[in-house]
Design a protein around this ligand. Structure first.
Ligand code: ADP
Length: 206
């Protein structure tokens, strides 16, 4: 049985950076953002359902989903947004379960930006939160995405608060400091997760 560590954090907290450090330890990473794209790939049931509802105008000329058009459509249509969530969320969860079952490393990392918001930590054995102070979070996101501090603040307001995330956490990585420190924190957690996954695999099951 797969041992699953959930990884979450607010925008620009350092999830991708941390996931890359675990990947460097040969840990399999399942990333919800990638899975969310896979379930609407050309030929998928997800894309077919979207085309049935919105017509082929929602496709780009190469047959892939026109994401910005879909984003605009759901921005002004709450019912459509609900319909889309109800269509895609179960597909995303199912694909993440399949990827977890196929993982080969002693434990795997399930990276979900909105883990706490969508209560997806139920899919994990343990939740790791990347925590960062708001100032650092805004400065790093601004530098990465070239967007205004105001835009980032509005995204922050739409996400779970730092406190809500920390309340759900089993483990916390503090990412206010520099990269060296991050590597040490990941190395320590990696050893702990290896030990925990060994324990789980030694537990007799019916
Ligand atoms: P997330 O995936 O949570 O949105 P990222 O891992 O992309 O966050 O990190 C946001 C930005 O901050 C990236 O440009 C990344 O390179 C940078 N970053 C992350 N951690 C650190 C750190 N400890 N020191 C300096 N820059 C960092």
């Amino acid at each position: 049985m797969a041992f699953v560590i959930g990884l979450t954090g607010g925008i620009g907290s350092g999830k991708t950076t941390v996931a890359n450090l675990f990947a460097a330890q040969r840990i399999d990473i399942i990333d919800a953002d990638i899975v969310a794209r896979e379930v609407v790939e050309p030929g998928s049931a997800g894309l077919q359902a979207i085309v049935e509802r919105l017509g082929s105008d929602i496709l780009l000329t190469d047959g892939s989903l026109n994401r910005s058009k879909l984003r605009e459509a759901i921005f002004s249509d709450h019912q459509l947004k609900e319909w889309l969530n109800q269509l895609l969320h179960p597909m995303i969860r199912e694909k993440m379960q399949q990827d977890i079952a196929a993982a080969q490393s002693p434990y795997c990392l399930l990276v979900v930006p909105l883990m706490v918001e969508n209560n997806l930590q139920v899919m994990t054995n343990r939740l790791l939160v990347v925590d960062v102070d708001e100032e650092t979070q805004i400065a790093r996101t601004q530098q990465r995405d070239n967007v205004s501090a105001e835009q980032i603040r509005s995204i922050l307001a739409s996400q779970a608060s730092r406190e809500q995330r920390l309340a759900a956490a089993d483990d916390v990585i503090c990412n206010n400091g520099n990269g060296d420190n991050l590597e040490q924190q990941v190395a320590r957690l990696h050893q702990e997760y290896l030990a925990l996954s060994r324990q789980q695999n030694n537990t007799p099951q019916c």
